[in-house]
Design a protein. Structure first.
Length: 431
């Protein structure tokens, strides 16, 4: 049985851990958050991900092949360690490598005492050059050993989508292996035995860039269609008809062409910032990528502009926001457009009511006192002057919920024709 350690038990680390354990590996999840560790050992995921709860419970309560711990010494039992810790942004947009550095330090200290040959696989998203310039030197420093000779390193970017993370691991579109040398790549590839996805073996820094290029392209697609949507709206053209039509072109494709209030989440916004920041450090001005970010930031305030046009000053107006997560079927509110909307409404003195099927505990941590947390959509809608739709959860798609109300739709949740018949007023952000 393969013995694997995974550092970081978030969306990436824990879903990988469950699948690897289901595939017969013995997995140790290492996380500095002791609460998280306790929850995982009780079989309870510390976040919402479709299908994860039952599968984690089965694995943890089963043969004891998945265990969580805060003790890095446990790594010494394994011969592969994945690093899946967060890589957020600093306030200047550059990548914050503090969690990565701490992981590499702890692994290095364990390697110093270990006798077995260990392969370290980085799955966190990191700016090209980080593995070679930061991670490997840290591992070598704290282990007093040499990469390639005494241990090995590979970079295996993660492309999972929250809401289908488990499926993404088992059925990836591609497997990217950035290898320090062939031995590291071969070791990693053994874990993907039986997978049918194309495998691309390359240098570590190329693999690091593939991840950023992929996210930058997706973000560009979203800002592109939002800009087209903003133009369409002024010309009384439905951007969704346009998107559906151009999406048939196999060179374009329909995915990521849903016009609305833009991208959020734990990846695209911070990865764009980090790439732009790195380019600037290298003396390159990113005209396109910066425009993609600017368009994205300017999209949510368009909803508030519509609200002002309908209601006048927003002070003391009751605004309900339905949907807080950055997309449906997740509880992740990191960089969600809804946060930007809440902040702006509060600064204008509005009374804000919110509801999301999964993200309420997370929003409560951010806004414990100054917004009204509702127990369901109807509770939020009742007594509101205006409703903003910020995430396209299926349960918000019933037009009859909004009879006689002013509705501003940021995600094409409702069918505009039907909504106009039922609502007092309906308008979309760019339709
Ligand atoms: P997350 O914030 O959900 O989880 C990170 C975990 O790491 C937390 O449990 C935290 O307590 C733990 N941690 C932090 N420092 C630690 C340390 N030194 N030792 C042990 N544990 C530590 O993060 P995530 O969403 O799973 O993302 C992880 C990485 O994967 C990021 O680089 C992200 O950009 C990338 N990624 C994320 C997704 C996604 O959809 N979430 C997709 C692709 C790539």
């Amino acid at each position: 049985m393969r013995d694997i350690s995974i550092i970081g038990s978030g969306y990436v680390g824990l879903t990988s851990a469950v699948i690897l354990a289901e595939n017969g590996c013995k997995v140790t999840c290492i996380d500095t958050d002791k609460n998280r560790v306790r929850q995982i050992n009780q079989g309870k995921p510390p976040f919402y991900e479709v299908g994860l709860e039952s599968r984690l419970a089965r694995i943890v309560n089963g043969k004891g092949i998945l265990k969580a711990s805060s003790d890095f010494e446990r790594i010494s039992n394994s011969n592969i360690t994945f690093i899946c810790v967060g890589t957020p942004c600093n306030s200047d947009g550059s990548i914050d490598l503090s969690y990565i550095k701490r992981s590499a330090t702890e692994i290095g200290l364990v390697l110093a005492k270990a006798n077995n040959y260990h392969t370290i696989v980085i799955r966190s998203t990191i700016i090209p050059g980080t593995t070679e310039e930061v991670i490997i030197p840290t591992l070598e420093k704290y282990s007093s050993k040499k990469a390639g000779r005494d241990f090995n390193v590979a970079f295996n970017p993660e492309f999972l989508q929250e809401d289908r993370a488990l499926h993404c691991f088992t059925s990836p579109d591609k497997i990217i292996i950035g290898e320090y040398d062939h031995r590291a790549g071969d070791k990693l590839l053994e874990l993907f035995n039986g997978f049918t996805a194309p495998v691309i073996r390359t240098s570590i820094r190329t693999a690091e860039m593939i991840k950023y290029a992929s996210n930058a392209f997706l973000a560009t697609k979203i800002s592109f269609i939002n800009e087209i949507g903003n133009i369409c709206k002024k010309m009384d053209i439905d951007v969704y008809e346009v998107a559906n039509a151009i999406g048939h072109d196999s060179r374009i494709g329909r995915k990521f062409l849903n016009a609305g209030i833009g991208f959020g989440g734990s990846c695209l916004p911070k990865d764009m910032e980090a790439l732009i920041s790195k380019a600037s450090e290298l003396g390159y001005k990113t005209e396109l990528l910066q425009s993609v970010v600017n368009i994205n930031i300017e999209q949510p305030p368009r909803l508030i502009e519509i609200a002002r046009e309908r209601l006048g000053q927003l002070e003391n107006k009751v605004i309900a926001i339905l949907g807080l997560a950055f997309k449906p079927k997740t509880d992740d509110i990191r960089h969600a457009p809804a946060l930007q909307i809440i902040g702006q409404l509060l600064s204008e003195g509005a009374i804000v009511k919110v509801y999301d099927p999964k993200a309420m505990p997370r929003i409560k941590q951010l806004f414990p006192n100054n917004i009204i947390l509702c127990s369901n959509a109807t509770h939020a809608i009742n007594d509101s002057d205006c409703i903003i739709l910020a995430t396209e959860w299926d349960e918000f798609r019933d037009e009859s919920l909004y009879a006689g109300k002013i509705v501003i739709d940021g995600r094409r949740v409702l069918d505009p024709e039907k909504a106009k018949q039922v609502c007092q007023y309906y308008e979309g952000v760019c339709w």
